[in-house]
Design a protein around this ligand. Structure first.
Ligand code: SF4
Length: 471
């Protein structure tokens, strides 16, 4: 039986999308692109390619390297492809929910891949089912396809109009790739909650949730898809149209803090540089009397470097992560863990022994991971552990594609920082201010709803579910 790792990522995002237009061997490029986006979802993945109007698809549960081999990639012929990596939250983990989705229709087949979460999905699903739609999956991403098909049933008009109408019915966070027989549409929600960027490769284009995938392929960054924009990519090049006049730049702050790879640039800001600056600001707001600075691998290392640089304290590798634990690794039993068997993360005894440690982490969600790490450092001989968090207390659930959808999952929704400090067993605990989140990236606007409760969209029934769990 597979057991939970002793130190797991406490937060998961749902997905990453990647697409190629006009480059031979598109499926193989998509494979490498998805591999670079693997941190955004490890539970399932898929690729759909188009060759001379014929759509082919391979998908399955597991990592990109587990689902695909050379034979499967070679079978996905064509110079157009879209792909998807998935972490399961909304809709559940059945194989029918693994994307891209592929739809056969008399107006032309199309494939679809989605990153994000639709907050009015329940209402739209009911509306569509009442109109006769039959859903193949429980994923909210399929709703867009039904909305597009509903429109095309009645209008003999270019598909872009149906896409515009369909997108205007959706509320929430999304980056969509829609692939027809001869073009790819790249669409981003009007709040700009999830990233989506375009690059040039050879005579064609690639589209990705994160720019780190462009560097892997040697693609040249062109631009981000703007909030509320649909970019059509076909043999004429790139064409832009707006599906909404209402546009905001409310990028998810957690993309910078935690989700994205440090070598990605999001809306012109490098993720590593953002995290390092947040670490500097964290020291300015919460200096600690200590001997060394230690970051929690991997997403907190940049912030720890910034904290160390600003404070003048040495940055040390006090924690080491074992990178070679796959999904199928047999995790130690409770009994073995109690005996000290720790597979995922270890404290480096010779570094932390006798030292007062500043432990920098990106966020606290449930608090269980922080408690284990603090205890681990003390067992390894640290004389004090001062925890500094490079984000504010997470007090509200996220409804935009991150797996914190209830208040119960969040320790800071129930306890103040002093109580959290006692719960995790630290000598002191300070969180970064909200103001510093904007300052770190020179941003005037971000989604910070999980820290502030100021949600950029209407929430429909999602908030009822969260409150039910709260009461
Ligand atoms: S609520 Fe938090 S995690 Fe969700 S999109 Fe906003 S900033 Fe990101």
């Amino acid at each position: 039986m597979m057991r939970r790792p002793i130190i797991d990522r406490e937060l998961h995002e749902e997905c990453g999308v990647f697409g190629v237009f006009g480059v031979p061997g598109a499926a193989s490029l998509t494979y490498y692109g998805l591999h670079a986006l693997q941190h955004r979802g490890q539970e399932g993945c898929g690729i759909v390619s188009v060759d001379d109007g014929q759509f082919r698809r391979t998908k399955g549960a597991g990592l990109v390297t587990e689902v695909f081999d050379e034979g499967k990639i070679a079978a996905l012929k064509g110079d157009m492809a879209i792909g998807h990596v998935r972490y399961t939250t909304a809709g559940g983990g059945g194989s029918e929910n693994i994307q891209p989705f592929l739809f056969r229709h008399n107006t032309g087949d199309f494939a679809l891949a989605h990153n994000g979460n639709i907050v009015n999905s329940e209402q739209l699903r009911r509306y569509l089912e009442n109109k006769g739609s039959l859903f193949h999956s429980t994923s909210d991403s399929e709703i867009l396809a039904h909305l597009i098909k509903k429109e095309t049933k009645y209008h003999d008009r270019p598909r872009i109009y149906s896409i515009v109408d369909a997108l205007n019915m959706l509320e929430g966070a999304f980056s969509f790739l829609i692939m027809t027989a001869n073009r790819i549409y790249a669409c981003r929600d009007k709040y700009g909650l999830r990233p989506l960027s375009i690059a040039r490769l050879g005579g064609g284009y690639v589209v990705s949730s994160e720019t780190c995938a462009f560097d892997v392929l040697g693609a040249e960054f062109v631009r981000d898809v703007e909030p509320g924009e649909i970019v059509t990519i076909d043999r004429h090049g790139l064409r832009s149209s707006d599906y909404s006049k209402y546009k905001r730049h409310q990028m998810c702050a957690m993309e910078y803090i935690y989700f994205a790879r440090p070598d990605s640039d999001i809306e012109g800001c490098n993720v590593h540089a953002y995290r390092k600056e947040s670490g500097r600001l964290l020291w300015r707001e919460a200096p600690a009397e200590a001997d060394i600075v230690v970051g929690v691998p991997d997403s907190s290392l940049s912030a720890a470097m910034g904290y160390a640089e600003a404070s003048g304290l040495p940055y040390e590798m006090g924690l080491i992560k074992n990178k070679y634990i796959g999904r199928t690794f047999i995790q130690p039993s409770q009994e073995l863990r109690e005996k000290g068997v720790r597979m995922k993360l270890s404290a480096v005894r010779t570094i932390v022994r006798g030292k007062r440690v500043v432990l920098v982490d990106d966020s606290i969600v449930r608090g269980t991971t922080s408690r284990r790490i603090v205890a681990m450092l003390r067992e390894a001989g640290a004389t004090a552990v001062h925890v500094r968090i490079a984000s504010p207390p997470m007090t509200h659930p996220c409804f935009y594609g991150v797996d914190t959808s209830t208040y119960d999952e969040l320790i800071s929704a129930r306890k103040n920082p002093e109580e959290v400090c006692a719960e995790i067993g630290a000598d002191s605990l300070v969180f970064l201010s909200e103001k510093a989140l904007y300052e770190a990236g020179h941003h005037e606007e971000l989604c910070t709803a999980c820290f502030t409760g100021r949600y950029p969209t209407a929430l429909y029934s999602s908030v009822e579910t969260a409150n039910k769990t709260k009461n």
